[in-house]
Design a protein around this ligand. Structure first.
Ligand SMILES: Cc1cc2nc3c(=O)[nH]c(=O)nc-3n(C[C@H](O)[C@H](O)[C@H](O)COP(=O)(O)O)c2cc1C
Length: 246
């Protein structure tokens, strides 16, 4: 509970390496996560080699964590292994569809998050990189991912170099609904986002980006409609090519 309460994303790492034994132990415990039908529709690619990290970096828009973290983990939705097993055992798997893609994405994320919980509990720092799903085509190429394997999320791991401020969260009231969903009135939205908008760090964010509101920083700068639509197209094409949209 304490490590989960105190956690924050770590984007700067010391040069200390992560022993293979520790990494294996963390992945072993992460594999205890619940998963669809115990089929374990996921894989993880471990990147430690400098040249291979450099190969991945452009796909992550050169976010520095890729080349500065001792370990880069690419978590993949993976129906390939299971389907191969089925084929070898006279079983016909109908897994080349969107349903299986979602199931394997859920499995990959639960595995990834369980790894992160365990790693943070052991004093390591992690950063998720969502660029994996944006440039999945480039990552497939860099990691030689076969049909029915799609990279979902990347996690950089290392020993923290400094401790950034813990970012705020909305109050729990914002995210829970008792029994049925109570839709948000304009007054509720004002109240729930008030503290976030009043934080100096977020006000600074608005000024730096020359915007009127914090919401505009997200919609006009960080997660634009044009980008969202472009990367949706890339991802749909990837799903088609990797055999998940039959
Ligand atoms: C799916 C996902 C993708 C993310 N992608 C990035 C990323 O590309 N770069 C980055 O610096 N942080 C990334 N993050 C980290 C979030 O920005 C971070 O979790 C959030 O701001 C809350 O901060 P905290 O984890 O320190 O509480 C990602 C997190 C998730 C869950």
């Amino acid at each position: 509970m304490e490590s989960m309460k105190n956690r924050r994303t770590i984007r700067k790492y010391t040069s200390e390496n992560i022993p293979d034994t520790l990494l294996k132990e963390l992945l072993e415990v992460a594999a205890r996560a619940s998963n669809t039908g115990n089929m374990q529709l996921y894989s993880v690619v471990i990147t430690r080699d400098k040249a291979n990290k450099e190969k991945l970096a452009p796909a992550h828009f050169n976010q520095p964590m890729i080349t500065t973290a001792p370990v880069v983990l690419t978590f993949c939705a993976d129906a390939n292994r299971f389907v191969k097993w089925a084929e070898q055992r006279n079983a016909v798997a109908g897994f080349d569809n969107f349903q299986t893609f979602i199931a394997s994405t859920i499995d990959a994320m639960l595995f990834a998050q369980s790894f992160c919980n365990a790693a943070e509990e052991k004093g390591l720092g992690i950063c998720y990189l969502g660029t994996t799903a944006y440039n999945a085509d480039q990552i497939i190429e860099a990691l030689s991912l076969p049909r029915l394997v799609v990279p979902i999320v990347t996690v950089t791991v290392g020993y923290p170099d400094g401790m950034p401020e813990q970012p705020e969260r909305l109050s729990l009231e914002a995210v829970i609904h008792q029994e049925t969903y109570q839709d948000y009135t304009p007054e509720a939205i004002d109240a729930l986002y008030h503290d976030k908008e009043e934080l100096e760090v977020n006000k600074q964010f608005v000024r730096e980006n020359d915007k009127e509101t914090l919401a505009q920083v997200f919609t006009d700068v960080r997660y634009t409609k044009a980008n969202n639509e472009h990367f949706s197209e890339v991802l749909l094409k990837v799903l088609e090519e990797q055999g998940f949209l039959k």
